[in-house]
Design a protein around this ligand. Structure first.
Ligand code: ADP
Length: 399
């Protein structure tokens, strides 16, 4: 069964084609980047058998760009299918499912209307996601489409975790903690259970998605019971260029004394803060680690803060989880940085958590890096959100 997965953003489109019967490695993968050249879009595509292709098209029309991307499946150097009719389903990453969706769902006119209603909650994402859905309808016709929401995995959080302590009217207005990165947290939680040879329903996990965006989820019996991102993906951990949680009084201060507007605050907190804001170097942790190694104090402070905030939030998850079977690391930073594992795990020895120093070398496979004697497993798992979306498509179409 051939499944196309699309992650349609405002400045990029990422697509992957899976043959579900052949497993997790996509047959073809392609990406459109709308930011490189004004008035044009850049395409990069690769196939599982090692072919690749790069090209530029003069257009600003997203549907035209997507049609061009999809056509590389059936013609040219990365041709993978005899005909587009081989595609049996399309899975879409949709960032915000609001309170409406607790799970992935087959796309219908009503689902599209709800994704549209949620534009105010995810102005940077849901419009692009819906545009991707409508473009695929135009390009591929009647092929069943499935929406997989970043928020869905957190939708069963207890009200005490999802409600913000503002006025009660916020509940009625939908101002609450939704949480994001749900597809990744769900995938790595399931994979953790597999690696541990245990039932997910028996496990208490903290999953740490640490990429450019960073969030934690407390997962009890396969259900997210708490998470660090909130009403928007800005809350919680310190991130590449996002601040994470800061005292909201700072925002009032900036508005009152420095006349910051909503747009100014948006740019400041989303683009000029976090690792980038403190280091003054980059949102890319690797560059900041290098600068810290050469004695840059701001870079060192950014790293120390990242770890401090991460440990603070791991601690905050523990209380409501009531125990911990495994700490799971995933995404760019979480999957690759031994320094991060060491630093994040230091301090939890009193809970019986111990790393095995011999297991920290670079490796690509999903694995357990805890010492044999450790009471808590520490797992490094490569997140596979696209594969998780493809799996949801198969399941939903089978129902
Ligand atoms: P995104 O959230 O954009 O998908 P990724 O999951 O690719 O991002 O994560 C990007 C982050 O991972 C960057 O900060 C990058 O520096 C970091 N990263 C990647 N490899 C390493 C590494 N070996 N050591 C430390 N950080 C790494």
């Amino acid at each position: 069964m051939k499944i196309l997965v699309l992650n349609a953003g405002s400045s990029s489109h990422k697509a992957a084609l899976f043959d579900f019967d052949q497993g997790q490695k996509p047959l073809w993968r392609a990406q459109l980047d709308w930011t490189h050249t004004a008035g044009a879009v850049e395409l990069k595509a690769q196939t599982a058998d090692g072919r690749s292709h790069q090209d530029t098209l003069t257009t600003e029309d997203k549907t035209v760009g997507l049609r061009w991307l999809i056509n590389t499946l059936v013609e040219g150097p990365v041709k993978t299918l005899a005909t587009l009719s081989e595609i049996q389903a399309i899975g879409h990453r949709v960032v915000h499912g609001g309170r409406e969706y607790q799970a992935s769902t087959r796309i219908s006119p009503a689902v599209k209307a709800t994704i549209r209603q949620l534009f105010p909650l995810a102005p940077a994402h849901n419009p692009a996601n819906l545009q991707g859905i409508e473009a695929m309808e135009a390009i591929l016709g009647e092929v069943p489409q499935v929406a997989v929401f970043d928020t869905a995995f957190h939708a069963q959080m207890p009200a005490a975790a999802s409600t913000f302590p503002g006025p009660y009217e916020w509940v009625e207005q939908g101002i609450q903690r939704y949480g994001f990165h749900g597809t990744s947290h769900r995938y790595v939680a399931q994979r953790a259970a597999e690696l541990m040879g245990r039932e997910l329903t028996d496990l208490k996990l903290i999953t740490c998605h640490l990429g450019n965006g960073c969030s934690l989820a407390a997962v009890r019996a396969g259900v997210s019971v708490d998470t660090t991102m909130g009403f928007t993906p800005l809350d919680g951990l310190m991130m590449g260029s996002r601040s994470g949680s800061v005292d909201p009084g700072i925002l009032i201060h900036l508005m009152r004394h420095d006349h910051y507007t909503a747009d100014d605050l948006d740019t400041l907190l989303n683009k000029q803060s976090g690792i980038k804001g403190i280091s003054g170097i980059s949102n890319d942790l690797r560059q900041v680690l290098e600068a810290a190694d050469s004695g840059n104090d701001q870079a060192q402070l950014a790293i120390d803060m990242f770890i401090h905030v991460l440990r603070r939030h791991i601690g905050a998850m523990l209380g409501n989880l009531g125990g911990l079977d495994a700490l799971v690391f995933t995404a760019g930073i979480g999957e690759n940085s031994a320094d991060l594992w060491r630093a994040a795990c230091a301090g939890w020895e009193f809970l019986g958590l111990h790393l095995d120093p011999d297991k920290l070398q670079r490796h690509t496979a999903d694995r357990d890096i805890a010492a044999t004697k450790s009471k808590i497993r520490v797992l490094v798992i490569h997140t596979q959100e696209e594969w998780a979306i493809a799996q949801d498509c198969v399941q939903i179409l089978a129902d």
